[in-house]
Design a protein around this ligand. Sequence first.
Ligand code: XLS
Ligand code: NI
Ligand code: NI
Length: 435
Amino acid sequence: MEKYEAINKVVYNPKSTSPFAFRFYNPDEMIAGKSMQKQLKFAMSYWHTIDAAGTDMFGGDTMDKYFNKTGVERYIAKANFAFDLMDKLQIEYYCFHDVDIAPQGNTFAENTKNQNKMVDYLFTLQAKHGKKLLWNTANNFSDKKFMAGAATSPNADVFALAAAKVKWGLDTAKRLDASGYVFWGGREGYDTLLNTDMGLELDNLARFMKMAVEYKHKIGFTGAFYIEPKPKEPTKHQYDFDAATCMNFLRKHGLENEYKLNIEANHATLAGHTFQHELRTAVINGALGSIDANQGDPFLGWDTDQFPTNVYDTTMCMYEVLKAGGFTTGGLNFDAKARRQSNTFEDILLSYIAGMDSFALGLRMADKLIRDGRIDEFNNDRYASYNIGIGKKIIDGTTNFDDLYAYALSRENIQVDSGRQEYLESVINNILFGN
Ligand code: XLS
Ligand code: NI
Ligand code: NI
């Protein structure tokens, strides 16, 4: 197999036998009215791709991402690698946490100093390579000060530090012209209610989210805010459990117009939902913002962050996205890492190619499914009783329990039509594998 350095640019070549070609992703090809590049808006995750080196609970690094350098020099080399990698893969966007981009020292002041140097450098790289920041975020969970949470910490000094880090993140988002900013809970949750004032913690989280909105407006940052739901890990119970829980929290605090959701596939399945369920929940609440494109392992109970290769899932994901009118500020961020044994630089390319091609194929299939029309047609018929008569009155709000009582008395023989699940599942197979 060719070496990483030998690969100049991965291009669409469905007939090629090279492992370093796209079989389905053809950036300029129009699908459903937009180029594939604009429909998919792929983003590279800095933490998994540029920093993570294969460490797990039982062993250390299996990959070398130190570039034979130390300190800020190492992070300059990492940034150069990141932008070259995006060039090679034709990826337009990237995402990072504050701590991902610069060496971390002992104090907040020292960290922001290092990070600011790197933000200046990223600013020049963005311009040079024509890349954009899809979103950035704060790592308010790794440092031991965050062991009991950040905005939900029992310690008010930790709340302040978390706010300071998000303030830095928002200033940076504005400087790098990010399309969005993500709030993933980190350790916002609890391990036991015995030591947890749940009411206070959730109210503090709301206070934090409100101050973030105020600050965003104050500095004129126009990108979107996203909450990323996750049900568990690292805490036993994460407050942003799933899309519905997040919407309830946002509405309770009047924040539903300020935040959308960043839906992650692996978090959906950890919550006992399908990826499509979480996407649909976001869509029907007008809250689909962005997507963390990965997949979990159905037999493991944690966030394995694997590159997405399941085409059924990518198809149904892109079906939801297309039906919702496509991405605006959001995109598909690969919150995914090559497996610990896939420990070469070639594997970074191969894993992104696998993920990008799986979503490109999913987009093609979703578009085909929508144009085919059988699913829509079936569902239009299924709910047709709400278009006329009593059904229309229910929808229009022009009936009540007295009317419905009288109506029900007049209906002797109510027949509910078949749900045809197996037929619909075979339509999907027909679309995916038929001609
Ligand atoms: C962790 C999250 C994290 C967020 C960004 O499970 O997915 O990677 O996407 O903090
Ligand atoms: Ni994520
Ligand atoms: Ni995750």
